[in-house]
Design a protein around this ligand. Structure first.
Ligand code: ADQ
Length: 462
């Protein structure tokens, strides 16, 4: 078995629950091959610090963790600037929020080169390298330039926008060309693959060899959708563990007279939170039978707070939820409980299970794992209903959810009302179909599909 090397911006200890399903799934594959996980340590060294750029090696069970620190300047331009100020907004179709500062690209290239240099020294000839996400698009090109011939795959966790949106990134040609240094590129959804195929067909000299095969720059690349899943067994276990059950019992008692709606997101403009609050307001206005009853618990975990757009969004949410409570609230009922905090992972299933409806309504999302977690946490005998944005990657798989256009306030409010009114047998049927799909296409399936496809590619011959 070839050793698996995973590279991602952040590295997690796969043995810790808090790390989440992805870390567990990658951890299992890493463990089986005695693998290596490489990335940023999360530490920022101030200028002149003696340890700047040092490589830290640690072992977690049979897995080796290798991390490097970033200088303040590199962190600001590579992570905050180019990755989260340019690529994140553009890839989520938000050109209006992108900050095309010409200085960022230098840091992005520098960190990818530094990662490649540090990683190259740790590689063995027959390693299989799996690079994750938009922070590290050019990593394989940098490794190839250093003579690395290993098999390399890349998975993009966020959406790929249509060609003319992508073309707004000043370095789009360089970025997309650098994808051809990989043997396999994985996307979340078929929509993303279609955008890639159109981009390659119109903006590059590539020949489209087949639905999933492209030839350009002297290289053949395979690109396909691999929709990421969750660790269903792990999440089901959390649901039945003490913390999950305690949370469920506590919430059930507290909200026994109410009908709970739940939203769990990172506080991010891609998640459609202001639109969600607007739909809730519309629900209360249009269907007054929900007054005194429907309660949205919206948990939004702090995220990238030093990027301006996030601070503005935070203020907007606080003011919108305050206004709804002010307009509709009673002494003994408030329609919105907005909580700006991360909830411990072991408590999430209890929260999901007590909710009648989950609102997963991003404006764009690569996949959205909350939708899948909600399904797994439900009681099959009396399941809640998933209201899901058609613009989440998950919508391609989860057709039995109530699919909505989050920009359509009226339509979303109607879907929420329908979810609240849905008869038991319809809820059960929809849940059963959804659970089956989430189970069949879990995170282990995803990992195996990707690694099998990578193993099936021709080894790099340059
Ligand atoms: P994210 O944008 O972070 O991930 P998502 O998939 O919804 O989005 O969530 C990831 C995890 O974070 C889930 O396990 C969820 O439970 C947890 N989480 C979110 N909000 C939380 C909160 N307030 N408290 C506690 N836990 C919370 C990116 C892409 C997604 C893609 C994933 C995986 O943007 O589209 O699904 O990667 O590929």
């Amino acid at each position: 078995m070839n050793r698996l090397v995973v590279v991602s911006n952040r590295v997690a200890d796969p043995r810790k629950t808090a790390s989440g399903g992805l870390a567990v799934a990658l951890g299992q594959a890493l463990e089986a091959s005695g693998g290596l996980w490489f990335g940023w340590s999360g530490r920022i060294d101030e200028p002149g610090t003696p340890g700047e750029g040092d490589l830290h090696l640690q072992t977690a069970g049979k897995v080796q963790l290798a991390t490097v620190d970033l200088s303040r300047e590199d962190h600001d331009s590579y992570y905050l600037g180019y990755s989260n100020g340019v690529l994140w907004p553009v890839f989520h179709y938000r050109l209006d929020l992108a900050d095309f500062d010409a200085g960022y690209i230098g840091g992005y290239r520098r960190v990818n080169q530094m990662f490649a240099r540090k990683l190259a020294g740790l590689l063995k000839p027959d390693d299989v390298i799996w690079v994750h996400d938009y922070h590290l698009i050019p990593l394989a090109a940098e490794l190839r330039a250093m003579g690395c011939k290993q098999r390399m795959g890349f998975f993009l966790h966020i959406p790929l926008p249509p060609p003319l949106i992508l073309a707004a990134v000043p370095q789009h040609e360089w970025l997309m060309r650098s994808l051809f240094a990989y043997d396999l590129v994985g996307f979340q959804s078929n929509a993303d693959v279609a955008h890639f195929s159109r981009y390659v067909g119109t903006e590059t000299p590539a020949i489209v060899l087949g639905e999933h095969e492209f030839r350009a720059f002297g290289k053949t690349l395979r690109a396909r959708a691999f929709p990421i899943g969750i660790d269903v067994d792990e999440f089901a276990q959390l649901t039945h563990a003490k913390d999950g059950q305690d949370m469920y019992a506590q919430m059930r008692d507290e909200y026994s007279r109410r009908r709970l709606l739940i939203g769990v997101d990172r506080l991010d403009y891609s998640k459609g939170l202001p639109q969600r609050l607007k739909a809730l307001r519309q629900l209360l206005e249009k269907y007054p039978e929900n007054l005194g009853s429907a309660t949205l618990i919206q948990i939004a975990s702090p995220s990238r707070e030093s990027v301006d757009a996030y601070a503005t969004l935070r203020q907007e949410l606080e003011s919108k939820s305050g206004a709804i409570n002010g307009n509709f609230g009673e002494l003994d009922w408030m329609p919105v409980r907005y909580i700006h905090r991360t909830v411990a992972r072991k408590k999430l299933p209890g929260l999901y299970r007590v909710a009648r409806v989950a609102l997963v309504t991003p404006l764009r999302d690569g996949m959205n794992l909350v939708a899948k977690e909600f399904i797994v946490a439900q009681d099959p005998a009396d399941p809640g209903v998933l209201v899901l944005s058609r613009f989440a990657g998950a919508a391609e798989q989860l057709k039995e959810a109530l699919l909505v256009n989050p920009y359509d306030t009226d339509g979303t409010a109607e879907a929420i009302q329908r979810a609240l009114q849905m008869p038991l047998d319809e809820r059960q049927q929809r849940h059963q179909a959804l659970l089956q799909r989430v189970r069949d296409e879990d995170v282990h399936w995803w990992r195996q599909q990707f690694l099998d496809a990578l193993a099936a590619t021709e080894a790099e011959t340059h």
